[in-house]
Design a protein around this ligand. Structure first.
Ligand SMILES: [Ca+2]
Ligand SMILES: [Ca+2]
Ligand SMILES: [Ca+2]
Length: 406
């Protein structure tokens, strides 16, 4: 039933997406028998250490640079013994052994985990059920969990959407604006080793309130990327993507130069910064960001900080076919993204001209929905979420985290 339901939903989604565009051919190169045979070994990781499947949905995976650890959020209560808080928590999975640890904060729901490059610290967000959000860190060696506090700032700063430096010293987050500044978007950078907290405003250019989301940063905490939101943008869109460089205070809009006069769907979202800050990937429905984008579909883009140029990654099904939710490897050499159809997660080597590789296994050939989440350096370990059963053991009808070992 579940698969039938998903297939129907998939068909509905595809027809909705393509209704105003040319209908794509769904028998894509990525679905050939040879590509199916080449699909990397895949395991579901949102399970207990003994393999028991989760009794609630899992999401938001992050993986360590060396590909040995993964962290994710889950509402399941049976991934470890004693999880009786009835709330989503953070889980840490040692991939080789299956060892599963839980990170929880009493009385609060946890989400948005990110792992430092050295694999030692997890930063995450908690919420008290009444809208109070705070950022915490958890030291995996000592087991100590701490709330990020901002004593050098005179007003109370709530926080969410953390990003963490390679050594865990700096944590950036989106936080409460100062009193009287509520219409502007504020980002904070906390020095966990006693250096205080810096605050950065992205001031609104006109009358309309602005917010930020999708915050990420480089390993040294010198370059942020984020999505900047408004209700009705100057180009009939919801949001743009920006990079703020703390070394020279430059603020750059990555989707700022468009030749398109399209009236709708030019939203740009989900920017992700690589470890060295040289690349930022994002998705956009704007067909005028680079010459020759006539697919009338959302595409993944790679921004090169040194040249200022954008590279578009087209979908694999021709005109009308999208490439969305891009995530770069930390080393900037590979790009994970979702396409549509029966095997929708692809991995592209950005250093060669080789075509993207299919990552998602799908022996049954049903429509599959995935959300790419994270990958290690050299794309050895690739994590994504799906509500579909990609193994016969997946019977929980919930979103799970899967890992592909390339
Ligand atoms: Ca729980
Ligand atoms: Ca496009
Ligand atoms: Ca499942």
């Amino acid at each position: 039933m579940r698969n039938a339901k998903r297939a129907a939903l998939g068909a509905a989604l595809v027809s909705a997406v393509t209704a105003t565009f040319a209908v794509p051919a769904l028998a894509a190169p990525g679905d050939t028998a040879a590509e199916k045979a080449a699909t990397p070994r895949t395991e579901r990781i949102s399970v207990a250490a003994d393999g028991t499947e989760a009794n609630g949905p899992s999401r938001e995976a992050s993986v360590s640079r060396d590909g040995t650890l993964a962290v994710f959020t889950s509402e399941a209560s049976n991934l470890v013994a004693g999880d009786d808080n009835g709330a989503a928590d953070i889980f840490v999975k040692t991939l080789a052994s299956g060892k599963t640890e839980r990170i929880a904060v009493a009385g609060r729901t946890a989400s948005e985990p990110v792992l430092s490059a050295d694999g030692k610290v997890v930063a995450f967000t908690t919420e008290d059920g009444g809208g109070d959000r705070r950022v915490h860190t958890h030291d995996l060696a000592t087991g100590k969990t701490e709330q990020i506090k901002t004593p050098t700032i005179s007003y109370d700063v709530q926080g969410r959407n953390p990003a963490i430096s390679a050594d865990g010293k700096y944590v950036a987050f989106i936080g409460t604006p100062p009193p009287g500044e509520e219409e502007n978007a504020w980002i904070y950078l906390k020095d966990r080793e006693g250096g205080g907290t810096r605050a950065f405003a992205h001031s609104k250019p006109d009358w309309q309130d602005r917010t930020v989301s999708d915050l990420t940063m480089d390993d040294k905490a010198t370059r942020f990327s984020y999505r900047y939101n408004f209700t009705t943008g100057p180009r009939a869109d919801c949001c743009d993507v920006f990079v703020r460089d703390l070394t020279n205070s430059a603020l750059t809009q990555l989707d700022g130069k468009s030749t398109s006069d399209q009236q709708r769907g030019r939203d740009s979202t989900q920017p992700v910064t690589t470890a060295d800050g040289r690349f930022v990937t994002f998705q956009s429905g704007d067909d005028g960001l680079v010459p020759g984008d006539n697919d009338k579909a959302v595409n993944a883009f790679v921004w090169n900080a040194e040249t200022g140029k954008l590279r578009r990654v087209p979908g694999r099904h021709g005109k009308g076919s999208f490439s969305r939710s891009p995530v770069p490897s930390p080393d900037g050499k590979a790009l994970l993204y979702a396409g549509e159809g029966t095997s929708p997660t692809y991995l592209l080597d950005l250093t060669t001209s080789a075509p993207a590789r299919q990552i998602t296994p799908n022996p049954a050939g049903n429509y599959v929905e995935t959300t790419p989440h994270a990958l290690s350096n050299a794309a050895k370990t690739v994590a994504y979420a799906t509500p579909d059963a990609l193994t016969t053991k997946d019977t929980n009808e919930d979103w799970d985290i899967y890992v592909a070992h390339a």
